[in-house]
Write a protein that binds this ligand. Sequence first.
Ligand code: DSN
Length: 433
Amino acid sequence: MHDMMASINKTDPEIYSLIRKERERLSNGIELIPSENVVSIAVLQAMGSVFTNKYSEGYPHKRYYGGNEFVDSMEDIAIERAKKLFGAEHVNVQPYSGSPANQAVFFALLKLGDTFMGLDLNAGGHLTHGSTVNFSGRQYNCIAYNVDKETELLDYDEIRKQAKEVKPKLIISGLTAYPRKIDFKAFQEICDEVNAYHMSDIAHIAGLCATGVHQNPVPFADVATTTTHKTLRGPRGGMIMCKIEDKFDKNGKKNLAQKIDSAIFPGLQGGPHDHVNAAKAVAFGEALKPGYKDYCRQIVKNAKALAGTLMDKGLELVAGGTDNHLMVIKLVNKGLTGKGKEVQNALDEAGITVNKNTIPYEPGSPFNPSGLRLGTPAVTTRGFKESEMKVIGESIAKIIDGYTDKKTIENVKKDILELCRQFPLYPDFTVLE
Ligand code: DSN
């Protein structure tokens, strides 16, 4: 048995007790936020390692400080594993998270005020894809594309038409709440037709892309960004993958890979988080093992099972279901327009963690939206299969129908606790005990 908490237990009981409470919350509840996961003990250990002590501005074998020989080897391994996993020409593992990764791509490829296109936030884009309250929408000119109002699907002919009118310098493909497959090749073709860079943000579905469970844009997109902590099941962090050659600047002083690297450091960040990069290397190593593909396949099977149960119980889903790891429940037909927050809170009380979310053409507001976003990466790691997803789906439907009823919440909470006891979290590890 390992015990990473033996020391903090004595030296800082205040923080120790909060860590312990968080562990209990995770153990006794169902985690359905699609951007969260449960990392391995090896990933936890790498994150808690002495690499956190080091400064290593620069890139492997070209650092500004001494003492980096082991950091260099570790970062080399992280890069090589990521290249193999995704079929990438060039990889930068230093982004602190997904948002700085995206910001660095803007720095590398656009000038302030340049026009780009990204998916509307309500329809499942991301803040950094051009939201007016984010750097991307404030410092650059974003013309958002949307999903079709009827089907709630991406309409590639419409996006092409819009791109021809807008003439963007960059088009972002990718999602945080779009439940269907994305045709990244179609985005690439549109970008080629209108002379735009193609940046694919695969943060949510990176694991599915790496294993062929979803089309992988990395081999052909100019740039792909990702976080490392979602389906990829690594530490909280980011990564950029790109082509080496810049298709619009073949004879420039820097190629595309060099532009991306210098946008991260020294353009945006200082020293990389070496302990996190070590944990990224560990997670990429785990994802290269055969069992990871089975895990990714099961994520999608579980999502389809959950979506099926919810629809059988009369709930409506954005775009009519899911092809990936997530789904968005539309509360509108239940008379709960703008009530996402209240239903989220009731589910929380019952031990089911989801997040309120906007739906396409949202009639409410981002803080009081009309949707709930659910996903299966974390519960699949925990070992849940289709039969457990049915129990969870039925529980969610009960809460939605009786979200103000304490008795309903109490009864569901008992069922959820019983389910959780059958699937203990970190069973062989006294971490946080
Ligand atoms: N906050 C993340 C998500 O939940 O999708 C995206 O950055």
